[in-house]
Design a protein. Sequence first.
Length: 339
Amino acid sequence: MSEQRRSVVVGGIDCGTNSIRLKVARVFDDGTMEDVVPRVLRVVRLGQDVDKMHRFADDALERTYAAVREFAGILAAHPVEQLRFVATSATRDASNRDEFEDTVESILGVRPEVIPGTEEAALSFLAATSMVAGGAGEAGLEPPYLVVDLGGGSTELVLGGDGNDVPATDVVAAYSMNVGSVRMTERHLRHDPPTADEIAAACDDVDAHIAEAATTVPIGRTRTIIGVSGSVTTMTALAMGLDHYDHTKVDGVRIGFEKAFEVDDRFLNMSRAERATYRTIHPGRVDVVGGGCVVWNRVLDRVGQAAFDDHGQRLDSYVASEHGLLDGICLKLGRDLLS
């Protein structure tokens, strides 16, 4: 009889600019993971006006606290050995974050950890490349990999793995850009639908951030782009022509740049009322998905050009992954507890 694998049940909460997510998972000593409670997502828009006001709005806090109380009920029914609550871009920038952290701790008994963009990037990379370590490399995912985690307030570019000296899940360089679907919408795309001048300004803003990121992350070395987060997976589902969102169909699919650019441009230029007719788009993303389109479009274009300039390879597709920061939180926590 084979020796039984050791395991631990852990919980992870990812509190971002637009949404908050909970996952309860069993992590095994061989590094694999399976769901106990699949991801629970609530769009709370915690980062509402943070880019402008540099503080959390009262109604945004109340929406988030309601979700945290719901999560507390789920965790009571599914006890975990340890819970980690990670807060990202919006919380890093909010002057009243202490109030938020105190209230969350009073509800869950765990204090939010406001992690830097570099740690956020590393956790997202760990999760996204777990499918590579699990054999997806045989499906044509050539290293080095650039994982792009496109959030509401920030976008992480993480390069890692070279297929030789650097393991697939090891980060070579990472950079967190202060651009995301919510920030770009609030900062530039104020009309409905956005004007050509607004779109041009948003593109220039993102391009400037990518140029700065490229001084830290050698994006030209990229052989495979892996996109994670709700903005990327939503646009992927639309590019696939799905009439409703299905994570089992989106996870691991490869989408060509030409199709991605066409879909991004079309939905960027739509009115919010037009977008709302698509059941593929979560209602909480309808107003900001255009901002996500701008970021994703520019990242694909700039990285593709950089790769061609670096080694003559014309990148023409990306791979979508459902495994982002939340999975990374749970994987890392479980592995640390079992080590």
